[in-house]
Design a protein around this ligand. Structure first.
Ligand code: ATP
Length: 325
């Protein structure tokens, strides 16, 4: 048989197709500074990767160029119609950036399985970019280290390096200067999706306007709140519920007032606390344990909301086993 015949070892062959998953995130703390001259805002963020994963399937193609398809999947029933499929797609930009960095031809098809709400404040597009970097690095045998991939990731968007890293981390700068935070005890959350997408720049703009109106001056944030970090490290949900906060929440509520009712509903139905995730409009409710999260998921769904129990921290972007066949 072929298995017994003497032959030279097979040369290492790049796979024809690879699958990678990458998590969405919530910010359990988000301090936002004043607008900088470059238009960005300095932040101090405590990121938590949660068990809502994007998947990117990368397949080698014969012709140069990146093509993209997107499929909606999962309990939050994410509408995907508005996502760009051309060169503006964040996964396509990631593949192009890796090709430019390595000199490898960008001949690839990317199929995105979308579970993270689009423009939802959970970094879903960033997760697609992180997944595409890991996928193309494997598909093309380009062998970049995690550090090198993180360098490319930072050029793609503030949340892309965190989706590569996963776990829990403090993010400074625009969120891309990351320091991992150790956390061994998972926290249990329920995500509630909203139909109103919020544009991240619009929410930052609304925050600047609110602060100007109220004559509030804030310093450039230089560190994450130690009490929030301590609660994440210990996995103590009650401690975290008392201190978690998001400077963008009032701005998101000003742009999407219906979120206030959703926040109240979750707290009435048993959440320890609820908060807008990042720039919103997704709401993250913290619960005491798995059972409490399952109960809150059921109760929110009974009231007609799209809700999903998740936990975090979870790992960052990683290769999934090849599918047989
Ligand atoms: P963040 O929290 O990282 O600021 P977000 O989670 O609020 O962002 P995303 O879903 O990551 O929002 O993307 C915002 C916009 O980016 C979308 O409205 C869409 O037009 C564009 N976009 C480009 N590529 C993608 C992608 N792969 N998935 C989703 N949106 C994408």
């Amino acid at each position: 048989s072929a298995a017994n015949s003497p032959s030279a070892p097979a040369p290492p062959r790049a796979p024809a197709s690879v699958r990678v998953s990458a998590p969405g995130k919530i910010n359990v703390s988000l301090l936002v500074g004043p607008p900088r001259p470059d238009g960005y805002h300095g932040v101090a963020s405590v990121y938590l990767a949660v068990s809502l994963f994007e998947e990117v399937h990368a397949t080698a193609t014969d012709t140069d160029g990146v093509t993209v398809t997107v499929q909606s999947d999962g309990a939050l029933h994410v509408p995907v119609a508005g996502i760009p499929l051309g060169p503006d797609n964040l996964a396509a930009r990631a593949a192009q950036a890796l090709a430019a960095h390595t000199g490898h031809p960008a001949a690839v098809h990317l199929h995105i399985i979308k579970r993270v709400p689009v423009a939802g404040g959970m970094g879903g597009g960033s997760a697609d970019a992180a997944a595409a970097l890991v996928a193309c690095n494997a598909l093309w045998n380009t062998g970049l280290s995690n550090e090198e991939l993180a360098g490319i990731a930072a050029g793609l968007g503030a949340d892309v390096p965190f989706s590569l890293l996963g776990g829990a981390a403090v993010g400074l700068g625009v969120g891309d200067r990351l320091a991992p935070a150790l956390s061994e005890t998972p926290l249990h959350w329920v995500l509630a999706a909203s139909d109103s997408g919020l544009s991240t720049p619009a929410v930052y703009g609304a925050l600047d306007a609110l602060r100007a109106e109220q004559q509030i001056q804030v310093p450039e944030p230089e560190a994450a709140d130690p009490s929030i970090l301590a609660a994440v490290r210990s996995g103590n949900a009650r401690d975290l519920a008392a201190v978690m906060s998001n400077d963008l929440q009032d701005a998101a509520l000003a742009l999407a007032p219906e979120l206030a009712g959703l926040l109240r509903a979750g707290e009435r139905l048993g959440a320890l606390a609820g908060m807008v995730s990042g720039s919103g409009p997704t709401i993250a409710f913290l619960t005491a344990d798995t059972d409490a999260a399952a109960e809150l998921e059921t109760a929110l769904r009974a009231e007609g909301h799209r809700a999903l129990a998740v936990l975090g921290p979870v790992p960052g972007a990683r290769l999934l086993p090849a599918v047989a066949g």
